[in-house]
Design a protein around this ligand. Structure first.
Ligand SMILES: C[S@@+](CC[C@H](N)C(=O)[O-])C[C@H]1O[C@@H](n2cnc3c(N)ncnc32)[C@H](O)[C@@H]1O
Length: 366
């Protein structure tokens, strides 16, 4: 989750040849951070080791990164579980579409947990270079592949770039392309416009232009609202996790470090403060949108016994530095309800983080 240290500037020609390789590389950073947090006891995830090459040999990350990874994971897990549990109350199994999913293991964690029955579809989208590796890792790992169902119901497609199973789908694409050119053929036969659907954007939109991100979100809004597609559209929710407020000196250092790796954080530019983040969804007329920094979540939303447990795992000297970093990462979530009140259940309006005392987040829509 953190800005990596600057690396020697490589030759300009190499940089321009495959600028996207550097973006894809951020998936290894995320997967290694997760593996480290698991090895150190912050998180439980028996699947990540099957998606990281030579996972036993990987060194742990510094405590500050482990804590950040924990808070990020806690927050998104919490929102996803709440979403599925509202779907359960509504007797409407939900769909999750993870965009820029990388080596994420969330599908396997849900499918082997108590919420599996309320999950209808889980689709992951990423660059073909990433999906082909993930498809191979899934095929090679018995632990990953058995969760997908009987082998006869699991198939590779598009020359190994895609994988399909009854619930889980892995799909190759470049999310910057016009959504109407890529998404209908990828998702048209997989997702249903009448099921509650949650979009996950975990550290991906920051690498895309604000315009491309906006087009992507608008495509889903139109898909669910268009009466030509469905007379009874499903509720659409979305979660974004990423950096923001990069105009200050910390942000400039982070941007420069990543620029030296040929990664531009172009998507963070419209969001100078946490107050501006909900605009990501309100500009698409979402009914509700909220944002919290990871620092706010760590201080007010993680139950005290959990905080005590993770504090005992490793010595963390740099609390000020931790706060500075967590102040620059946020979770934004929003929900787009049917404008006809009788078609919208109260449950969805309550979707959000709960404070450590179990109360709803209490932040007004920003
Ligand atoms: C920082 S990683 C995050 C991976 C995963 N969501 C997680 O949080 O562990 C960013 C991911 O987004 C993917 N990505 C970035 N831009 C993309 C694009 N234009 N099209 C498809 N995937 C993209 C990268 O390949 C990478 O897997």
């Amino acid at each position: 989750m953190l800005p990596p240290s600057p690396q020697p500037i490589s030759r300009r020609v190499e940089r321009t040849q495959d600028a996207d390789a550097a973006i894809r590389q951020t998936d290894s950073d995320a997967a290694l951070a997760r593996l480290s947090a698991v090895k150190k006891g912050y998180l439980t995830d028996s699947f990540i080791g099957h998606l990281v090459p030579r996972s036993q040999l990987q060194l742990p990350r510094p405590p500050l990164i482990n804590v950040g990874t924990y808070v990020r994971s806690y927050s998104i897990d919490h929102l996803v579980e709440e979403w599925i549990s509202i779907s359960k109350q509504e007797h409407k199994p939900c769909q999750i579409v993870s965009l820029g999913a990388g080596s994420d293991t969330r599908f396997w964690r849900i499918a082997t947990g108590p919420y599996n029955d309320y999950l209808r579809v889980y689709a992951e989208l990423d660059f073909p270079e990433v999906t082909v590796k993930k498809a191979m890792s899934i095929r090679k790992s018995k632990q990953l592949s058995t969760v997908l169902g009987p082998p006869e119901n699991v198939s590779l497609a598009q020359g190994g770039l895609a994988l399909h199973s009854p619930k889980y789908h892995l799909l190759p694409c470049d999310l910057r392309k016009p959504p109407s050119e890529i998404l209908p053929s990828l998702l048209g036969d997989i997702i249903s416009p009448s099921s509650p659907t949650l979009l996950l954007f975990e550290c991906v939109l920051v690498y895309m232009s604000p315009e491309a991100s906006s087009n992507l979100i608008q495509w889903f809004v139109d898909y669910f609202q268009s009466s030509a597609v469905s007379p009874n559209p499903g509720v659409l929710g979305a979660i974004v996790y990423e950096m923001f407020g990069l105009q200050d000196s910390f942000g400039q250092v982070m941007m420069n470090n990543l620029r030296s790796r040929n990664v531009s954080l172009i998507g963070a530019l419209p969001y100078p403060s946490v107050q501006t983040l909900p605009e990501r969804f309100t500009r698409h007329n979402f009914t509700m949108s909220k944002a919290l920094t990871l620092r706010e979540i760590r201080e007010k939303f993680i139950p005290k016994p959990e905080l005590a447990r993770i504090s005992a795992l490793e010595m963390l000297d740099e609390v000020e530095e931790l706060n500075l970093v967590l102040d620059h990462y946020a979770i934004t979530w929003g929900v787009d309800l049917d404008p006809t009140p009788e078609l919208s259940s109260v449950g969805w309006t309550q979707w959000g983080m709960r404070t450590a005392r179990g109360l709803p987040d209490g932040h007004e829509s920003r």
